[in-house]
Design a protein around this ligand. Structure first.
Ligand code: PAF
Length: 317
């Protein structure tokens, strides 16, 4: 099959026009938002979207609003041309890559400029999607309960940045279906809830976590691990699958015991725990005992790289 060359669109009006003309032709639109540096995990989201829609839009937008000043945007990997090649390799391909350069004006110019500077450094000629000399944006989207725990504890502005930019992307791309990876479990649940609460007419699908052969969850951040850290990081998925088996077999049902054993395994391997929590799959409220479907979520540092992973724990009814 011949590789499909995606159309690359950077302007929001052009993007909206394309979507509306495809919808007028009766086509359903699938959407996969990404921050680029695509890997097999992203490609699996695109394959999932192809099952639900006739035309596919992938966005590549490194969103400064979800990085706090101490989390350096400039170390986030990017490879736009490599990304396009990967997209072309997928059977059926994608129709559009939406690649805006600046979607949010922070008013003080600081972070917007940081993004334009960063993109300019990486890609040369940058056309901004925010009006020059505009008054700045003031609107944020927050999903107040779900954003508080897990990653939200140590990254207080992260989900505000995600929910706001995903809202903008939804309003520009106007998809019928959007696919998010369950690897970012809290993000998936937040977007699902936001879509429900704000009546977006979009179906949100959560796609399973993709893993390397040794079990590590696929992530754009894995390339930043040293060879030693890469070996140590396998402890996360190993510890989680041991806990999952023990809980599902009914051998351990105390969440504190499960949390302690997972933390110990990761720390002994050389990781530093940010959190290891067992929470309800929908409310993300902490659980004490395994008596309903829960998800075990972990964030841990290996050197300067923070990784997240999770496994759902099912119970026999
Ligand atoms: O998961 C990501 O890559 C990002 O958080 C997203 C959803 C593209 C929003 O910037």
């Amino acid at each position: 099959m011949e590789a499909k060359e995606p159309i690359i669109i950077s302007g929001k009006e052009e993007m909206r026009k394309w979507s509306r003309s495809l919808r007028a032709q009766g086509k359903s639109i699938g959407f996969v938002p990404t921050m680029g540096y695509l890997h097999e995990g992203h490609l699996s989201l695109i394959r999932e979207s192809q099952k639900h829609a006739e035309v596919i839009v992938v966005s590549i937008y490194l969103n400064p609003g979800q990085f706090s000043p101490n989390e350096d945007l400039s170390t986030y990997p990017s490879d736009f041309l490599g990304d396009i090649q990967k997209l072309k390799s997928i059977p059926g391909g994608v129709d559009v890559v939406f690649h805006p350069h600046n979607l949010y004006d922070y008013g003080d110019g600081d972070r917007s400029k940081r993004n334009e500077k960063e993109m300019g450094r990486r890609e040369g000629n940058v056309v901004s999607c925010v009006e020059a000399g505009g008054a700045g944006h003031q609107t944020w989207v927050r999903v107040e309960g779900l954003e508080k725990g897990l990653c939200g504890k140590n990254r207080p502005i992260f989900f505000r940045g995600v929910a706001t930019i995903v809202t903008k992307l939804f309003n520009i791309v106007e998809p019928d279906v959007a696919v998010f990876g369950k690897k970012d479990y809290q993000q998936w649940r937040i977007i699902e809830r936001m879509v429900r609460d704000l009546d977006f007419g979009i179906k949100v699908i959560g796609a399973e976590v993709m893993r390397e052969d040794d079990g590590i969850a696929m992530s754009s951040r894995n390339v930043r691990l040293s060879p030693d850290e890469r070996k140590q990081a396998v402890s996360i998925s190993r510890a989680l699958s041991e806990a999952k088996v023990a809980a599902e077999k009914g051998q351990v049902n105390c969440c504190k015991d499960l949390r302690n054993s997972v933390s110990k395994t990761i720390e002994e391997a050389g990781g530093r725990i940010d959190y290891a929590e067992i929470v309800d799959q929908e409310s993300l409220e902490p659980a004490e005992v395994i008596e309903r479907p829960v998800v075990f979520c972990v964030a841990a540092w290996f050197g300067k790289v923070r990784l997240i992973d999770n496994m759902e724990i099912k119970i026999n009814a």
